[in-house]
Design a protein around this ligand. Structure first.
Ligand SMILES: NC(=O)c1c(N)nc(OC2CCCC2)nc1O[C@@H]1CCC[C@@H]1O
Length: 329
């Protein structure tokens, strides 16, 4: 990055911060984005870059100091004992290679990755006690989320009772299929209501409903991808975790693959980049996770994201309702 004086950096941050915060509020609080994710991501990465150069310029209201969506005042709040982290984004093969190099340097050898589609929905935590669903919640800011238990009970692919009396927490993505999105928007248009900008906002607006009957009237789906607490289960890799989630009755995306190092990752990215529009659910990238769970623990997390996984982001799908690109002067 061209060397920026502290004064120039401060001036640029004074412009970027409010812009990102207003975009974020529109995205999280009103479930109505005004810019494409990649526009937000690009500016957010610029902010991180400058804050890395001048840490003394980081302010409490900087978007880098908040994680995830704002919790609406009228939901009961829940605390995530284990924070629901976000993940770092990369946008090129080179950056993927840099991520892989960092991992290999850290552990001293090549690692297996579990490669998953990055579902474009909203994160969901489910807690079961003795096999019974007792709590569903959104990610919120990563530590405090919204209690959406009654709404979650209306989602058909979420088991209310597990096949075994386990006390576990699992996490995944709640999404709305493109088919349901079109049906719902047609219904809303017929009723003269505002339509949703995209399936992710429709899912968020449907899950974060105060009236469970409204949620029940929308067809929401899930793909679960993390077992947070194992209750004695002998699972040692992310891939096994997905298989276990499936055995327990959860809906799991069937495309995940284990690769050795980056071999095969590019093919996976290219393939799903090509078939993306034909999928009935939105994806905005591919997630690489170190497959070995012990290695994940060894690598640990930064304040906001795990060191053991990365999201490779696709360019946005065509959509006419939001700003596609902005040249930041
Ligand atoms: N959207 C996804 O499909 C997805 C995924 N397949 N796997 C993960 O792994 C978690 C584990 C620890 C931190 C991220 N996260 C995902 O989505 C994240 C959750 C929060 C922000 C992203 O949407």
């Amino acid at each position: 990055m061209a060397d920026l004086t502290k004064e120039q950096a401060s001036q640029e941050l004074d412009k970027i911060r409010p812009q990102l915060n207003s975009w974020r509020d529109a995205y999280y609080t009103k479930d109505a984005p005004v810019v494409e994710d990649n526009v937000y991501d690009k500016l957010y990465n610029r902010l991180l870059e400058i804050e890395q150069m001048y840490p003394e310029l980081v302010t409490p209201d900087s978007p880098s100091q908040q994680v995830g969506d704002v919790t609406l005042p009228d939901f009961n709040k829940v605390t995530h004992d284990i924070p629901m982290l976000s993940m770092g984004d990369v946008f090129s093969e080179e950056e993927l290679a840099e991520f892989n190099d960092r991992i290999e340097k850290n552990v001293g050898h090549e690692v297996d990755y579990n490669v998953e589609l990055k579902i474009d929905g909203l994160s969901l935590s489910l807690i079961y006690e003795n096999g019974i669903l007792v709590q569903g919640s959104t990610r919120g800011n990563g530590t405090i989320g919204e209690n959406v238990t009654e709404n979650v009970k209306t989602i058909k692919d979420i088991p209310q009772k597990l096949s075994r009396p386990l006390s576990i927490e699992v996490r995944g993505e709640c999404f709305m299929s493109k088919k349901e999105f079109l049906r719902l928007n047609q219904e809303r248009e017929n009723e003269g209501q505002q339509v949703f900008a995209n399936p992710r906002n429709a899912a968020a607006g449907s899950l974060r409903q105060l009236d469970p009957k409204v949620t029940a009237s929308r067809k929401l789906d899930t793909f679960m991808y993390t077992i947070v607490t194992f209750d004695g289960m002998n699972v040692t890799t992310q891939h096994q975790a997905l298989e276990t989630l499936q055995e327990l009755g959860f809906n799991v995306n069937p495309t995940a693959q284990v690769t050795t190092g980056l071999k095969g990752v590019q093919n996976f990215i290219e393939h799903y980049g090509e078939v993306r529009d034909d999928l009935d659910y939105g994806i905005d990238g591919v997630v690489l996770k170190v497959d070995d769970l012990a290695l994940q623990q060894q690598l640990g997390n930064t304040v906001k994201v795990p060191r053991w996984e990365i999201a490779y982001k696709f360019p946005p799908e065509q959509s006419e309702t939001v700003v596609r690109d902005i040249t930041w002067t």
